[in-house]
Design a protein around this ligand. Structure first.
Ligand code: GDP
Ligand code: MG
Length: 738
C-alpha cells in the first residue's frame, strides 16, 4: 500500500529535527505551488508500505490569515493524507494542543509525537502518555527527535493508524452551545453531505433545490479552498463538521469558495448570531471566533487535568502571577497604566528633564557658540560665514540637540518597561479597548513604536497578520505622538507652561490617542466594516530588565536622533537660513520680511489663516515639519533669529498666547506626518487611496482644532495671537531684551 503521512506542528516543536532523523538524506525539497514556502518530502519504507512523508509549514493555528496556515489546512482537508503526524512540544503542551485540536477537527487518522520528552524529564516533569492518549482519543508517543528516542513505537503507531484508519472526533468534547451551532450550520448547508457546497457540478445540477444530493461523492473534484494558488491537482471534499466550524469562526476564505444560496447564507448567519448571543450571556461583547478558541482551551484544560499533567509552576511564574493580580486587575489595570505613563512624562518634562535640558542649552548656546564665535573672529571669517555657522547651523541643529536628554528619558523608560515584561501586559490591557475599534492587542505594539517613530511603527505593523487590521493600524499610528515632536513640545511648554510642562505633554499624548479612537471608529464605519481576529498572547514572566538590552535600544534611539540632527536638520537649517537671510536678488538682507521666505510667506499667509496661522514664520516652521518634525524648532530658531532655546522661549510670548501656543502644539500633534512616514505608509498600504484617506483624516482633525480654538478664544479664555508689532518687537533687530 502507498501511504502519505503529513507532518504538522508548531514552529520550533522540532519538526525539522524529526523529519531529518526519520528520513535521512533522501529528501526532495521544492516549493508549494505558486508560493515561496518550502515544501519538503521524503520517501521511505514503513513495514511493507511505500511511505511519503510531507513536511507541512509550522503553524500555531489553522485560521486563513497566513500562507502557511492555508497550506497546512488545505493539504490535510482536501488532499487527505492517510495519517497526520502531529509533533507536539511537550514543554509547552497547552499551546501546542491548541493546534492539535484543530488538526483533529480535520478528521484524519492521527498520531501525536510528544517531542522534547528528554527536556521534560530533565526538568523533573512527567507526562503519563497512556492517560493523555485516552483523554485525547489519539495515540500519543513520547519521543526525542534530537536523541532519536521512541522512533520504533512511533513507526508502529503510524503503521497501525494508516491501516486501521481511526478518525478522531474532537467535537464530542466541545461544549453544548458549540455543538448545537455546528449542527445548525450543517443543516443550513444541506445535511450530511454539506461538503457538497464545494462541488461545482453538484451546484449546477441542483442549483434551484434547497437540498442537495446525499449520496454525494466526496472524492470527486471540489472547489479549492486553499487561499493560495494551487496548480489544479485534485481537491477532495473537506470534512463537513470542519466546514461548519470554519463558517462559525467567520472564515471568509471558506465562505467565498462555497456555492451558497442566499437562503443558506441567511440561515448560517442566524446560527452564528445565536451562538454569539448564547456566549454573551457569560462574556459580554464576545465574538464567535473568540468563543470557539475559548471552547478549545476548555477542552485542553480538561484533557490536561484528566491526564494529570501538572503545570510545573516555577517560583518566577508565581511571582509574575502575583504581580499580575494587580497589574492586570479588572479595574486597577488601566489607572496603573496611566500613572506609569504619567510618571514617565513627569521625569522627562518635570524638574529632572528640564534641569538636563537647561544644561544642554547652556553647553550649546554659551560655550559652543562662544568658542566657535571666537574661532571665527580669530580667522576673521566674513560676516555671512559667521551668520551661517552661528545663526544657521548652531542655532538650528543645537536647538534640536538640546532636547536629547528628554528624549532619552522617555526611551529609557519605554525600554525598561518593555524588557521587564510590562509592555505585554499593556497590550493585554488595551486589547479590550482596541477591540472596540475592531483591532486587537496585536496592534498595540506598532502603536507603541509610534511613540518613537511613525516610519518604524508603520513597518512594524507587518507583525499584524490580518490584512484589514494591518491597514487600519497603519492609518492610525500617526496619531501616536512621535519622538521627533518632543522638541516642539519641550520648547513651547517651557515657554508657556513652566510649572505644568509634563501635564501639558501628557495631555497631548492622551489627546492623540483619543483622536485615534474617534478616527478608528469612523474608519470602521466607513472603510473597514467586516471581520475580527482573536488575540491570543502569552504573558512572559516579569524580569529584571537586562542592562545590555536597555542600553542597546537607548543607543539605537540616540544614534538615530543624532544622525537626523547631523544630516536632515543640518541641511534644513542651512536652507532656511539662506532663504531668510537673502532676498530674491541674492543680497543679504537684515530684515527677514524682505527675504525670499518673507516675501513668499507673506504671499501665502492668507491661505494659511484658514488654518488659524496668519503669521508667516509659523507657517514656514510647520511646512518644514513635513520634512522632519524636529525642524519645526530649528526653523523657528533660525527665523526668529534666536541664538539659543532660552532666548527663543522668551520671545515666543510675543507671537502666541498660552491658548494659541497649545493650539499650535495640537496642530503639530495632528497634522500630516513627515515625508518618510508618508512614503512608508504608501509602501505598506500598497495604495494611494488609503494613504490619501489617512492624510485627509489628519488634516481634517488638525483643522478641526482651529474651530475649537476659536470657540474657546471667543469666550475670552486667552484670545487671539498678540500682534508682534504692538508688542514692540522687531525680529530683524535680533536681540530683544524681554
Ligand atoms: P522546527 O521549527 O519545528 O523545525 O524545529 P527544529 O527542528 O528546528 O528544532 C527546534 C529546536 O529544538 C532545535 O534547537 C532543536 O535542536 C531542538 N530540539 C528538537 N527536538 C528536540 C528534542 O527532542 N530534545 C531536545 N532537547 N531538543 C530538541
Ligand atoms: Mg523547521
Amino acid at each position: 500500500m502507498n501511504i502519505t503521512i503529513a507532518l504538522a506542528g508548531n514552529p520550533n516543536s522540532g519538526k525539522t529535527t524529526l523529519f531529518n532523523a526519520l528520513t535521512g538524506s533522501n529528501q526532495y525539497v521544492g516549493n508549494w505551488p505558486g508560493v515561496t514556502v518550502e515544501r519538503k518530502e521524503a520517501r521511505f519504507q514503513l513495514g511493507d508500505d511505500e511511505t511519503l512523508l510531507v513536511d507541512l509549514p509550522g503553524v500555531y493555528s489553522l485560521s486563513p490569515y497566513t500562507i502557511e496556515e492555508n497550506i497546512t489546512r488545505h493539504f490535510i482537508a482536501q488532499h487527505r493524507p492517510d495519517v497526520v503526524l502531529n509533533i507536539v512540544d511537550a514543554t509547552n503542551l497547552e499551546r501546542n494542543l491548541y493546534l492539535t485540536l484543530q488538526l483533529m477537527e480535520l478528521e484524519r487518522p492521527m498520531v501525536i509525537a510528544l517531542n522534547l520528552i528528554d527536556e521534560v524529564e530533565k526538568r523533573g516533569g512527567k507526562i503519563d502518555c497512556a492517560r493523555l492518549s485516552a483523554a485525547m482519543g489519539v495515540p500519543v508517543v513520547p519521543i526525542s527527535a534530537k536523541k532519536r528516542q521512541g522512533f520504533d513505537e512511533l513507526f508502529q503507531k503510524l503503521h497501525g493508524q494508516a491501516h486501521a484508519a481511526v478518525v478522531p472526533h474532537p467535537l464530542e468534547q466541545y461544549d453544548d452551545s458549540t455543538r448545537r451551532a455546528v449542527k445548525e450550520l450543517i443543516v443550513a448547508m444541506g445535511g450530511a453531505s454539506a461538503h457538497s457546497v464545494f462541488d461545482a457540478e453538484e451546484h449546477y445540477e441542483h442549483r434551484d433545490d434547497r437540498h442537495r444530493d446525499d449520496d454525494h461523492d466526496s472524492s470527486a473534484p471540489h472547489a479549492h479552498i486553499g487561499g493560495y494558488a494551487d496548480e489544479g491537482d485534485k481537491d477532495q471534499a473537506p470534512p463537513t463538521a470542519w466546514v461548519a466550524l470554519k463558517l462559525l469562526e467567520g472564515d471568509q476564505t471558506i465562505a467565498q469558495a462555497a456555492y451558497l444560496t442566499p437562503d443558506q447564507k441567511h440561515s448560517i448567519e442566524r446560527a452564528v448570531r445565536d451562538y454569539e448571543a448564547r456566549g454573551r450571556e457569560k462574556y459580554p461583547g464576545i465574538d464567535s471566533l473568540t468563543l470557539l478558541a475559548d471552547c478549545r482551551y476548555g477542552v485542553i484544560e480538561r484533557v490536561l487535568k484528566e491526564a494529570k499533567v501538572e503545570k510545573k509552576v516555577t517560583s518566577q511564574d508565581e511571582i509574575s502571577a502575583r504581580i499580575d493580580k494587580i497589574m492586570t486587575h479588572k479595574y486597577l489595570a488601566f489607572p496603573i497604566f496611566l500613572v506609569i505613563m504619567g510618571v514617565m512624562f513627569f521625569l522627562a518634562f518635570g524638574p529632572v528633564g528640564s534641569f538636563l535640558t537647561d544644561g544642554m542649552d547652556l553647553l550649546i548656546s554659551e560655550h559652543l557658540t562662544g568658542w566657535v564665535g571666537a574661532g571665527l573672529s580669530a580667522v576673521s571669517a566674513p560676516e555671512w560665514v559667521r551668520s551661517l555657522v552661528l545663526d544657521g547651523v548652531i542655532a538650528g541643529v543645537g536647538g534640536v540637540l538640546t532636547f536629547l536628554p528628554q528624549i532619552l528619558i522617555i526611551f529609557l523608560f519605554l525600554s525598561v518597561l518593555e524588557d521587564s515584561g510590562y509592555m505585554s501586559r499593556a497590550a493585554f490591557i488595551t486589547d479590550r479597548l482596541l477591540r472596540k475599534l475592531g483591532l486587537s492587542g496585536r496592534s498595540f505594539i506598532p502603536m507603541l513604536v509610534g511613540f518613537g517613530c511613525t516610519t518604524t511603527a508603520v513597518m512594524s505593523a507587518r507583525g499584524v497578520e490580518n490584512d484589514r487590521d494591518r491597514r487600519m493600524t497603519i492609518m492610525l499610528t500617526p496619531f501616536m505622538s512621535c519622538g521627533a515632536k518632543l522638541p516642539v513640545y519641550g520648547l513651547f511648554t517651557a515657554a508657556f507652561f513652566p510649572g505644568a510642562s509634563y501635564l501639558v505633554v501628557f495631555s497631548l499624548y492622551l489627546l492623540g490617542m483619543a483622536v485615534m479612537v474617534v478616527c478608528g471608529l469612523l474608519l470602521r464605519k466607513v472603510t473597514f466594516k467586516e471581520g475580527d481576529t482573536p488575540f491570543l498572547m502569552e504573558l512572559p514572566p516579569y524580569r529584571i530588565p537586562a542592562v545590555k538590552n536597555v542600553a542597546r535600544r537607548l543607543w539605537d534611539r540616540a544614534k538615530d536622533f543624532l544622525t537626523r540632527a547631523g544630516t536632515l536638520i543640518f541641511a534644513m537649517s542651512v536652507l532656511i537660513w539662506f532663504l531668510k537671510s537673502f532676498s530674491f536678488s541674492f543680497q543679504m538682507v537684515s530684515d527677514p520680511e524682505q527675504s525670499i521666505f518673507g516675501v513668499i510667506g507673506q504671499a501665502v499667509a492668507p491661505v494659511f489663516s484658514v488654518m488659524g496661522f496668519g503669521e508667516w514664520r509659523k507657517i514656514v516652521a510647520l511646512l518644514s515639519g513635513l520634512v522632519a518634525k524636529e525642524a519645526v524648532v530649528s526653523t523657528m530658531m533660525v527665523l526668529y533669529s534666536a541664538s539659543d532655546n532660552a532666548m527663543l522661549a522668551s520671545m515666543l510670548p510675543n507671537f502666541f498666547t498660552p491658548l494659541s501656543a497649545y493650539s499650535f502644539l495640537v496642530f503639530t500633534l495632528l497634522y500630516i506626518p513627515c515625508v518618510s512616514a508618508v512614503a512608508a505608509m504608501r509602501r505598506e498600504l500598497g495604495s494611494w487611496k488609503y494613504t490619501l484617506q489617512a492624510m485627509a483624516m489628519q488634516l481634517i482633525t488638525a483643522g478641526f482644532r482651529d474651530r475649537v480654538d476659536h470657540w474657546v478664544g471667543d469666550r475670552g479664555a486667552g484670545g487671539r495671537d498678540p500682534d508682534p508689532a504692538r508688542a514692540g518687537f522687531c525680529a530683524h533687530q535680533g536681540h530683544v531684551g524681554l
